[in-house]
Design a protein around this ligand. Structure first.
Ligand SMILES: NC(=O)c1ccc[n+]([C@@H]2O[C@H](COP(=O)([O-])OP(=O)(O)OC[C@H]3O[C@@H](n4cnc5c(N)ncnc54)[C@H](O)[C@@H]3O)[C@@H](O)[C@H]2O)c1
Length: 355
């Protein structure tokens, strides 16, 4: 199999933590070039990973005719420009979540990839979790009967190394585009498309601290700035799926602890994904391998979902398989968040698909 030659666009936090190390160790792939607007980041990353070249303009990386694919890990504002330029140059594209800031940008990315016949994949790593796939299987096998309701309350205290997270123009949104996007993706994977959403957003804390990031690779506790945010730090929404199921969620950047509670209620049982007892299922009666009452849910969590998603991208290119996290699904997750923002702004439920 021909070696896949890759260019990494964006050498910041997630690239260092969950992209570059996995590309580096992957058989059949090679990091050929990297790009970052911060020269020091690009140069240091190229040195560390033995890349042949580094650039401060991603267009120069894309112009190389010896690169087969790019991995876009910039802030969202540059996901569409980089992905479209790469696709037009015939390069396969892996892009971080959120796929882009808006549905319109996502659609332009999908169209460019389709026209060039390249793979376009979004790195929704949750889709590679064996437990999340087990939940999908339990739902599809009818273990809980007809799904009626799904709920998620969660959040985190947002600490990042970059101010752009608080800039609507660059990020596309706040807690919604940053973390509810994962839920938007998984809920539609589990229960199918959403048909309407009513949402409320708020910004409870106007100045979020920004911490130093680059250095020895560890979090530095020095606060470097606390810019005034132009995005929401809290999103609550109620939604209805095409199937008739309803969903309720609140999620924010202002939780003093990282908490996440999620459950799916059906006509015959309840799946509880988190909590002190771990993932478990309650059934009204014996069904399949499960007994009436509470049962633990187990899945082989031995794999590394961050590595698996990159290996899957390579497999899609080399063997012509379809990505399990294609552009279309990334787009549908962005659509739900965009609809939620529209609902919050207009004070009324919004029907999907967005027009
Ligand atoms: N999947 C996950 O678990 C996860 C976690 C964190 C972030 N993310 C996503 O990854 C993306 C990047 O987030 P991050 O936390 O790494 O941010 P970051 O700010 O740490 O890194 C972004 C990097 O992109 C560079 N950059 C900015 N504009 C650029 C341009 N035009 N060309 C080239 N480089 C450019 C910046 O200099 C920076 O080094 C975002 O979309 C974010 O939502 C995903």
């Amino acid at each position: 199999m021909k070696e896949l030659r890759v260019g990494i666009i964006g050498c910041g936090g997630i690239a260092q933590a969950a992209h570059l190390p996995h590309w580096d160790g992957l058989e059949g792939a090679k990091i050929v070039a990297v790009a970052d607007v911060v020269e020091e980041s690009a140069r240091k990353t190229a040195e560390q990973y033995g890349a042949e070249a580094w650039y401060t303009d991603f267009n120069e990386l894309i112009a190389r005719d010896d690169i087969d694919a790019v991995d876009v890990t910039t802030p969202p504002k540059w996901h569409a420009p980089a992905a479209i330029a790469a696709a037009e140059a015939g390069k396969h594209v892996l892009v971080e979540k959120p796929m882009a800031r808006t549905v319109a940008e996502c659609d332009a990315m999908i169209a460019a990839a389709k026209k060039s016949g390249v793979v376009l994949m979004v790195t929704h790593h949750d889709r590679f979790s064996p437990m999340n796939n087990k939940i999908k299987q339990l739902i599809d096998d009818g273990l809980i009967g007809r799904p009626y309701e799904i709920a998620n309350v969660g959040g985190m205290y947002h600490m990042v190394g970059a101010e752009w997270f608080y800039d609507k123009d660059i990020a596309g949104g706040g807690a919604g585009m940053d973390i509810v996007i994962y839920t938007a993706y998984m809920w539609q994977y589990w229960l199918g498309p959403v048909k309407s959403v009513y949402a409320l957003t708020d910004t409870f804390e106007k100045n979020h601290p920004v911490f130093e990031w680059w250095g020895d690779g560890e979090w530095d506790v020095n606060i470097t700035s606390a810019p005034e945010t132009t995005v929401e730090d809290s999103l609550a929404m109620m939604l209805r799926f095409d199937s008739g199921a309803v969903g309720v969620l609140y999620c924010s950047w202002v939780s003093p602890t990282g908490h996440d509670r999620q459950e799916i209620l059906g006509s015959d049982g309840l799946i509880e994904l988190s909590g002190p007892d771990g993932p478990r299922i309650f059934l009204k009666a014996d069904k399949g391998d499960f007994k009436k009452g509470w049962n633990p849910i187990t899945a082989d969590e031995g794999s590394n979902i961050y590595l698996d998603r990159i290996a899957h991208f390579v497999d899609c290119i080399q063997n012509g398989t379809q990505p399990i996290t294609p552009g279309q699904d990334g787009r549908d997750a962005v659509q739900l968040i965009e609809a939620a923002y529209r609902s919050a702004a207009e004070g009324k439920p919004i029907e999907l698909p967005l027009s």
